[in-house]
Design a protein around this ligand. Structure first.
Ligand code: NAP
Length: 242
């Protein structure tokens, strides 16, 4: 038990984050999941993680609030003493054509999807530097690679995460910390449930939406299995180019 790795998955209560948490727990990690407000989903996920032998805990905090994030990281360190894996996964969409996009919808998406990466990774990277080991996986999107109409805010945030991944990988490599990103295509979660699925599937070469587990397996590979990949963005998108 002493040597178990400790993982923090932001937005780990539902969807892709939940699948990542489960995959990391199956691989033997103690997984802390973060969530914004849906306590029922978070508690259910923690129960599932505990069944897998993970000493798990759900923590409610807004990843876009620096003060709350720092308090949460401190609480994690008090209890778990280390953080080996960080998955920056929490994210939201506020889609709409740019001409009609409110400043609030722009700021909410940038704060939750991009500025959160600073707020969470800054204290966690200091911990990993002291440990001289760690792996960080950022949840980007194909929208951040190709750009997506109706998602100027989201595409901007995800493109920013990709730049962040590449820069931080170079800064932290000498400390034995790897930083990578996964860029999902369309994945079956609450975030995509109201989209026109048939039209989307038509454009996907593999002819299906992805499952959260498709992303989670790649995250687990980057976080735990490989030791020589850093600064990369892995597309997990069924071959889709938007
Ligand atoms: P989801 O099902 O909507 O789940 C979002 C998760 O993020 C929930 O756990 C939610 O907590 C949490 N969250 C949202 N805002 C937060 C905040 N301010 N602070 C802390 N936690 C917050 O989303 P998903 O589809 O799994 O997406 C996960 C990530 O993958 C996102 O970064 C998304 O942009 C990215 N992605 C998704 C797709 C896709 O097709 N689904 C494609 C590309 C990229 P609550 O449960 O408390 O609300």
């Amino acid at each position: 038990m002493e040597n178990k790795k400790v993982a923090l998955v932001t937005g780990g209560s539902r969807g892709i984050g939940k699948a990542c948490a489960i995959e990391l727990a199956k691989a033997g990690c103690d997984v802390i999941i973060n969530y914004a407000g849906n306590e029922e989903a978070a508690n259910k996920t923690v129960e599932e993680l505990k069944v897998l032998g993970s000493n798990s805990k759900a923590m409610k905090f807004d990843v876009s609030n620096q003060e709350l994030v720092e308090a949460a990281i401190k609480e994690i360190m008090d209890k778990y003493k280390r953080i080996d894996v960080l998955v920056n996964n929490a994210g939201i969409t506020r889609d709409g054509l740019f001409m009609r996009m409110s400043a609030q919808n722009w700021l909410d998406v940038i704060n939750t999807n991009l500025n959160s990466a600073y707020f969470v990774t800054n204290p966690v990277s200091k911990i990993m530097i002291k440990q001289r080991s760690g792996a960080i996986v950022n949840m980007a999107s194909i929208s951040g690679i190709y750009g997506n109409a109706g998602q100027a805010n989201y595409s901007t945030a995800k493109a920013g995460l990709i730049g962040f991944t590449k820069a931080l990988a170079k800064e932290l490599a000498s400390r034995n910390i790897r930083v990578n990103a996964v860029a999902p295509g369309f994945i079956q979660t609450d975030m995509t449930k109201d989209l026109p699925q048939e039209q989307i599937v038509d454009k996907i070469p593999l002819k299906r939406l992805g499952e959260p587990e498709d992303i989670a397996k790649t995250v687990k590979f980057l976080a735990l299995d490989t030791t020589y990949i850093t600064g990369q963005v892995i597309g997990v998108d069924g071959g889709l180019v938007i």
